[in-house]
Design a protein around this ligand. Sequence first.
Ligand code: CTP
Ligand code: MG
Length: 227
Amino acid sequence: PRIGIVVVAAGSGTRLGAGAPKAFVGIDGGSILRHALEGVFAAPAAQVVIVAPAGREGDAWSEALATAGDRRDLVSVVPGGETRQASVAAGLDALWADVEIVLVHDAARALTPPEVFERVVAAIDAGASGAIPVLPVIDTIKRVVADEIVAVVDRSELAAAQTPQGFRRDVLDAAYAAARAEFTDDAALVAEAGHAVAAVPGHPLAFKITTAADLDRARHLLAQPAP
Ligand code: CTP
Ligand code: MG
């Protein structure tokens, strides 16, 4: 396939504190990883690399077989690393030769709708080296140093970054090969390598399940009747 999706699911979920790797924590009858993969397999056809916690590759395969349908031949599972960046790098190593566009997606953004994947791919098809979904910042933001408000920050210039973050494969591979530090997301790593990254509209449902309150929100949303 022309598109590869790296689903990073190898984190431990320290802040969620559910006693299991976050990807395998249940939302309803299905785990966080299961719901994330449902979105991935509803998006445009792609090679899908699931980056699983080391030792839990079999459990990741089970979730893939439950969701991939006739796309199961497009799935690979690899073990992750100590950091998110190391896990993404492990996923990139498993991409097939024909992949030209790579989307890196957090399994923890389990309810991300397929349209977000489509918007990111469309931006790259239109010529961008990279594109990420963003949402406007709702709160008024202050710069605070030692209990003192030191600056007004112009909120109209700020946005919250989500995933899937998409890049031309050659750009992302080269940026990872050159990276000498840990970055908070792939867009920052690619920007450090000198490439412009475009913004496309994100989606409220692409929020990241980080804390117990986020998991409660996901449970509540899935319990709503379909619109
Ligand atoms: N991730 C990963 N490998 C790591 C760390 C994170 O694949 N070594 C993945 C997570 O599985 C998650 C995504 O990166 O899908 C975003 O990370 P985060 O929300 O921070 O998840 P955790 O690191 O698992 O959570 P915490 O930081 O609370 O431990
Ligand atoms: Mg983390």
